[in-house]
Ligand binder design. Structure first.
Ligand code: HEM
Length: 151
């Protein structure tokens, strides 16, 4: 029996991501990072990914291919503040599930490690690789190039 089945299968993961995205929808740091006006498709992708990861249906792979999550997050400004907010909403979502302690600890441990691994910048937003959550190349240059005299 997979972890997916043990914790209640599809219904449990639907509840998890629904609660998580309710938090994201109200978050002033995270919400602007999501490119789509509708959070539904993002919720669906996270749902499919987590279900597959824990031994459920492999729909994520069939539709999206290899997860390559670090790469897929490279376009977004995932600094420690964003990570902490992501974890805050995920913690609330995990709490709502009221899983048995061992299952809860297993799930939470993974989510924390994954979130720490997703951090891709320590720069303030506007400077990092993906300032503003979009393609950094399209941003206005706000700093003086090093070869230019400062006076
Ligand atoms: C640490 C803070 C994180 C932030 C700020 C963040 C933010 C984002 C954003 C803005 C997107 C694009 C939304 C979309 O259109 O799908 C995204 C996609 C995604 N994220 Fe995260 N994320 C974080 C951590 C994680 C973690 C820890 C996981 C896995 C456990 C994860 C799994 C995913 C998946 C599966 C997608 C969709 C990838 C695809 O395109 O197939 N994210 N994330």
């Amino acid at each position: 029996m997979s972890f997916y089945d043990e914790v209640g299968g599809h219904e449990t993961f639907v509840r998890l991501v629904a609660a998580f995205y309710r938090g994201v929808a109200t978050d002033e740091v995270l919400r602007p990072m999501y490119p789509d006006a509708d959070l539904g498709p993002a919720e669906e992708r996270l749902l499919m990914f987590l279900e597959q990861y824990w031994g459920g249906p492999t729909t994520y792979g069939e539709r999206r291919g290899h997860p390559r999550l670090r790469m897929r997050h490279a376009a977004f400004h995932v600094d420690p503040a964003a990570r902490d907010r992501w974890l805050l909403h995920m913690r609330a979502a995990v709490d709502e599930l009221q899983l048995p302690p061992l299952h809860e600890a297993t799930l939470w441990d993974y989510l924390q490690r994954a979130a720490h691994a997703m951090v891709n910048t320590f720069e303030p937003s506007g400077i990092g690789p993906a300032a503003g959550g979009r393609d950094g190349a399209s941003l206005p240059v706000t700093t003086r190039p090093p070869h230019e005299p400062t006076a």
